[in-house]
Design a binder for this molecule. Sequence first.
Ligand SMILES: [Zn+2]
Length: 202
Amino acid sequence: MDYELRIVVEKVAVSSQEVVKRDTITSYALQCPTSIGELGLRHAEQIDLLAQVQNIVLAEQSILLDLGTHVCPACGDTLKKNGYKASNFHAVFSDHTVRIQKHCCSHPACGWQRTPTVTSLFGANIHPDLATLHCAQGALYSYREAKKNLEAWNGHPRRVNNHTHVKRMTDKVGAVLADQNALPPSAEECAAPASDVIIACE
Ligand SMILES: [Zn+2]
């Protein structure tokens, strides 16, 4: 008999343990491996599996996003749903499109609308774990070498890993660190004030 392994994600109600949604992500044929390369999942398959799991996590999280006010800030009328805005999100190993609910004012003459994006909600669309990798690579290697390293680990080229992006991230974080270094230390970090100053003259 032939078998396959199916990777399924279930959304479960915590209290009742009822499965409310089930997504089949992928399946793998079960065959006897004939070489070590066939043992387990290959590099690209692992990255792809992560990407597909992330897609499901992100789709569920996007429903929960707190978009702020529920009334129109311009006229106080109620807001109504107005389709979705797709925005980019770059995780450590994969790129995603997050669909976020848009709203507009229900008053016909008002015209106020809200189009949130990952960047407008979180200040960036690159996960800090990827930004950390960019900075570490940008600090240790040339930006073009950093790009090559990131590509090699990720198994495929991604625009977010290109050398200009690595440079921009490294420069940005470097500027913040330089500012921090220029700040005087806080009182807690300094030694207690001395009661006497002894000056030796020879
Ligand atoms: Zn309004």
